[in-house]
Design a protein around this ligand. Structure first.
Ligand SMILES: [Mg+2]
Length: 198
């Protein structure tokens, strides 16, 4: 079921998939709370309660500080393999569609989008489409690569093939899972060995 002109579309999440969100946010959270970095565990769940985040309002404050004061989306490290594997897939005819839900706090969308685009270019990520969307299944794709449990559950419930990119927030999510980008590549080739368009 190719989505566009016989081309297989891969819907790729950013945070926790291409972007090492939790390692950089941990550094910023340590400053935010004035705690030693080592005191913040690396095994975290989705709401970051392990770092002392009490509720969504506090999460949003940290997030706002990170983006507006620490240039978060432009400075966060890349997860190894994202660049080379996405380039390989793109060269093989797959269409890379970035789908991210980064615009969930009002009034600094321009900053978030600008930092995101700068990061994608700076890290040489091959992509054609960039979608800022909460409801990811409303953006057409043949395969999704995603790490957030709620998104993976929703995509799979609606019949989509969603690869879970493994991290500490999604240990309970079942196959298909990928521990790294090489495994993402293998799963995509298994599902859709070729992409006809180009
Ligand atoms: Mg994510």
């Amino acid at each position: 079921m190719p989505s566009d002109n016989n081309q297989i579309v891969i819907g790729v999440d950013l945070d926790g998939v291409c972007v090492d969100f939790y390692s950089r946010m941990r550094e910023i959270a340590a400053k935010w709370f004035e705690k030693d970095l080592d005191s913040l565990p690396t095994e975290v769940s989705y709401g970051l309660e392990e770092w002392g985040i009490q509720d969504n309002e506090e999460y949003q404050s940290l997030h706002r500080f990170a983006v507006t004061q620490r240039n978060f989306f432009a400075t966060v490290p890349m997860i190894p393999g994202a660049r080379s594997v996405l380039r390989a897939l793109s060269n093989e005819g797959y269409r890379i569609r970035i789908i991210t839900h980064r615009l969930y706090i009002y009034f600094f969308h321009e900053t978030s989008v600008r930092q995101t685009i700068a990061w994608l270019d700076d890290h040489g990520i091959s992509y054609w489409d960039l979608c800022f969307m909460k409801e990811k299944d409303q953006v057409g794709a043949d395969i999704y690569v995603e790490d957030a449990p709620v998104n993976i559950d929703r995509l799979r419930e609606r019949g989509h093939y969603a690869i879970c990119f493994a991290n500490s927030t999604n240990r309970h999510i079942t196959q298909p899972r990928a521990e790294n980008w090489d495994e993402v590549y293998a799963l995509i080739k298994q599902r859709f060995p070729t992409s006809d368009g180009k």
